[in-house]
Design a protein around this ligand. Sequence first.
Ligand code: PEP
Ligand code: MG
Length: 768
Amino acid sequence: MMPDTSSPNTRGPRRLLSRIRDLMAVHEDAQKRLDRLTDIIAAETGSDVCSIYLVQPSGALELSATHGLNPGAVHAVRLRAGEGLVGVVARKARPFAVEDAPAHPNFAYKPETGEEPYKSFVGVPILRGGRLVGVLTAQTASMWLTTEEEIETLQTVAMLLAEIVASGELVRAEGFSGLEVRLSKPERLQGLALSSGVVRGVAVKQEPHVVSARLVADDANAEEARLNEAVARLRRSVDQLLVSGRVPMGTPSREVLETYRMFAHDRGWLSRLGEAIRAGLTAEAAVERVRNEHRARLMKTRDTHFQERLHDLEDLANRLLRHLARPEDNRAEVLPENTVLIARSVGPAELLEYDRTRLVGVAVEEGSLTGHAAIVAKALGIPMAGRFDGMLDRVEKGDQVILDGEFGLLHVRPSEEVSRAYDERIQVLAERQRAFAHLRDAPVQTADGQPLTLSMNAGLLVEMNRLEDTGAAGVGLFRTEFQFMVADTLPRLSAQIELYRAVHEAAGDKPVVFRTLDLGGDKMTPFTPSMREPNPALGWRALRMGLDRPALIRYQLRALLRASGGRELNVLFPMISVADELARVREVLETELRLARRHGHETPDKIRVGLMVETPAVAFAPDACLELADFVSVGANDLMQYFFAADRQNSRVSDRYDAISAPALGLLKAVQKSCADHGKPVTVCGELAGRPLEACVLAGLGYRSLSMAAGSISLVRQALAGCDLSRLTPWLEAEIHKGARSGAMSLRERLLCDGKTAGIARERIDQN
Ligand code: PEP
Ligand code: MG
């Protein structure tokens, strides 16, 4: 390339970029604009040929504009995936240059292009979001080995082209309609269902993006200064997070932050950014360009460790973009209607920040069924699915998506056929909801007439209206920590009283069980004392924190007593491991009650103290605790995590073990029996209770009260109505008795196969 005259460096890539920017400002026919782009690139780089190939839906690369090749070949020549030197660039998603192209084994001669006389070849991928949108090539008549700087210039131009292509500016103009520039292949991603429901919507990525109008910089020095300042802020923020203790040692987020810190000081990364700025890009565009290259590499590698590191780098780039944001970019972005959030992971508090009138679904690359983001999504009735490997690289902002929270599927850019099928399904589900609405006031009972009580779990005031439409008997678990998790500062006594009163009022005559603060573990707030714990799930959380720092629990109990004046107060204590903890908190409650009386406040008509069974110590030896409790709630999420020693937050292990297995069912049966022996009413309130098959199994073990996310109540009601406990109970007893010696099939599989004998109506379990 450029053998005879000046090199692109002397002409200056910045001049090239500003010519391209000027061209984009002129409104004219899109094809003409693309043609002129190739003219400018050829002229400014001193090449004889410059061509743009764009990816078609079939995966083929179509010659879409050229300077120097036969104009008749435009839109006529297509290269199959991997074909020719252009194919090599596409396959590797990396620049590729040769001195003597016709002599290269991959050279594919296309007579209609008339490219025979050209010797040197350089091609760079046009990448957007890590995906290949096209290939930009330059050729010269004589042999010439392209320099690093020249490749760099073409890459910068390709970055601009990608933005122009993706912005739709090229396709909007007339006369260009036949050109499919966006990668539009439908994709079906299989993940894990986290919150039920099926929705159709528009993908919105949880990441800042670069405004394409601001890609080319006027003043490289000023951009470099902005970048340096943003990098300094980024480093400070990462360092601060690490030393603040808000991210406990040994947690995955801490590891990620450590990696961030490493990258934030990584010279390679920073010098790549600097180079891109010196080539004429704005700081934002430079970050985007370097991120694109990393994404492209990420998509090619199979090494999972390397993939994770690149993901971290991606997150870091997002953070850097936030630090670079100008005030006008910081305006809260209005979500499009029917937003489906596409994120690597999302926290419960973060989820609550999104505009709920527009957010209809959430898809994450990570996520677990009993994680709090999933619990919040269920509470809000927002379908959610997770564990979509590599999703972020395969979904573009603005893509049409269908999120299936029943089967954990994400359809990206769905075909007509898939869309039609889902339209039907969405209609069937809506009809079923209407049918459920009729049943909502009917008593809940099994096929053999055993009555059950179904309550709902809640944590936010907005959920309380679900009591009515689900026909729930009451609120079996009100997670009071949600109020704390969404606040910037510790909620004051008055705010707590106000919330609890409002919850009582919304519940009317229906009972509410308020669980005291269950903070710590994954439920962090910005103001909880800083902790550095190697195993936060086994650490200083919930009541352990409450007993050590009694002000927190005292204030909460004071608020609950005041808010429940003249009503019944059901107060449930989480994470009890020994009876003494329950005894001590009962004393705090008594003290607060005396204080309330002394101050002349109206006190509750009745106070019932609840024990949460969620540690194996209490589950295996519950007697001492049961004596101190008026009622019991089995927190199956935590109980199962501790029973199987499998962190509910860690997607690698959280669903590795099945509660429908002889050992776990044996434990759950024993807990039910102890409660019955002590005459203490018991409810199961973990996520198990809200899954149709599991709910039937719990009924089979003798549980008659279940509390679950509002959205699960109708499904569980239907499943129970088909379940014959006179057969299921003895079937389960026999299986528990057999223990682990029960053959190759898992207990769950056998239960489903043996449905009839076991008294399970399968069609009511998997209804979708
Ligand atoms: C549980 O552990 O099962 C439970 C209901 O509590 P949480 O999910 O809030 O920890
Ligand atoms: Mg719990």
